[in-house]
Design a binder for this molecule. Structure first.
Ligand code: OAD
Length: 253
């Protein structure tokens, strides 16, 4: 039986076909990608906050790269799950649609998403620490750790945003524009603990959007959300999508 709130959400989406989706690691969990704060979140004894920082990289670039190399190996062969697929489908369905993801795994794009803002960068890109040039790099495992710039021989770093670093201004600005504009804000699979992403849903809500959260468990956003659905994104999104299709067919008849 379909949860009453899922029916309400699909009705809201039909009445307000304008949506920003914010995703976190939970949306990739069913593809087999470990979340950061879940039971598999630790690498050796380190938390993300210990390694995803400029200080950690300055202290020990090899260690930070070993962690990224491990993550890249885990992600390399995984496939998008039904949550990614529904999100990719929706960008063609809704007249206003923007996907903002904190994930660096590239799975949304693999599922077909194109209207996407990658807030924290992409694990398949590297950046020269001297000249700032960005390269795609899909070598798994890396043949050399830490990897060096093919042009100038300087250290390469992952082209991702670390704790203590600002989001690129164009990425931040594009996100704000979407948050100001949208009528529905859907937050999927994020612990909502890392700023500024954690505040994005509230910005949208303060600008009039209905806030919907999908997660396995309560988060700091849950008490603000207009609707919270507890469960797996890969199960819930296809249910909402099914109801949207049924309602659209009814409209045509
Ligand atoms: P977290 O690991 O902090 O949170 C994952 C969330 O997904 C948790 O709230 C889980 O309950 C939920 N979850 C797990 N499986 C799910 C499923 N199948 N369906 C729905 N929800 C599920 O990951 P993020 O919130 O993405 O940043 O972490 C935010 C940032 O912290 C990351 O982008 C990364 C990290 O450190 C940097 O590295 C800068």
């Amino acid at each position: 039986m379909i949860d009453e709130n899922i029916r309400k959400i699909s009705k809201i989406l039909i009445q307000r076909p304008s949506i920003v989706i914010l995703t976190g690691a939970g949306v990739s969990a069913e593809s087999g990608v470990p979340t950061f704060r879940g039971p598999d979140g630790l690498w050796r004894q380190f938390r993300a906050e210990d390694l995803a920082t400029p200080e950690a990289f300055a202290r020990n670039p090899g260690l930070v790269w070993e962690w990224y190399d491990w993550r890249r190996q885990k992600i390399y062969n995984v496939e998008p799950n039904p949550a990614h697929v529904v999100i990719a489908k929706w960008e063609k369905y809704f007249p206003f649609f923007v996907l903002i993801t904190q994930n660096v795994d590239g799975l949304h794009q693999k599922a077909g998403s194109t209207k996407i803002i990658e807030l924290h960068g992409n694990i398949w890109k590297v950046r020269c620490t001297k000249e700032g040039k960005v390269f795609e790099n899909r070598q798994v495992p890396l043949s050399q750790i830490p990897p060096l710039c093919p042009d100038c021989g300087s250290l390469l770093r992952p082209h991702v945003v670390w704790f203590g670093e600002a989001l690129p201004s164009d990425v931040f600005e594009a996100s704000l524009q979407a948050l100001y504009h949208t009528k529905v804000m859907m937050v999927i699979g994020t612990s909502a603990l890392v700023q500024p992403a954690a505040s994005f849903p509230l910005i949208a809500q303060q600008n009039g959007a209905i806030l919907i959260e999908i997660n396995l468990e309560p988060t700091p956003l849950s008490s603000y959300a207009d609707f919270t659905i507890y469960g797996k994104a890969g199960k819930i999104l296809p249910l909402i999508d099914q109801l949207l299709s049924e309602e659209s067919e009814e409209k045509i008849e």
